[in-house]
Design a protein around this ligand. Structure first.
Ligand code: TYC
Length: 99
């Protein structure tokens, strides 16, 4: 092929899995059980049965993992918990840590 240079192109595809983060719900003495169940259903998409089980587990043990998400999703869910709890004047809080 006169006058033409052919280059081979290499593409690297990064198949690394994204870092995942546990969202941990913290117990407190003031948030009502009903409100915690409501949060677990609406923010974390748990069934009513799972939400009740998780709420009681956090109530007894002090904290508990409610889900594992990418960084941005975990941050968003924690912010949603904070906003809804603030609106109802409950001290309910969630934190995140690397899986
Ligand atoms: N301990 C609260 C109560 O007795 C209920 C509760 C459960 C609060 C879980 C927060 O993450 C929580 N009313």
């Amino acid at each position: 092929m006169e006058g033409k240079t052919i280059y081979k192109e290499e593409t690297t595809v990064d198949f690394k899995k994204p870092k995942m983060y546990k969202v941990i719900l913290l117990n407190d003495d003031y948030t009502t059980m009903d409100f915690v169940v409501e949060i677990l259903i609406t923010v974390f998409h748990k069934s009513a049965a799972d939400a009740t089980r998780i709420m009681l587990d956090v109530h007894q043990k002090g904290k508990g993992v409610v889900g594992v998400y990418t960084y941005d999703i975990a941050r968003t869910k924690i912010a949603q918990v904070e906003k809804l709890a603030n609106e109802r004047e409950f001290p309910l809080a969630a934190v995140m840590e690397p899986e």
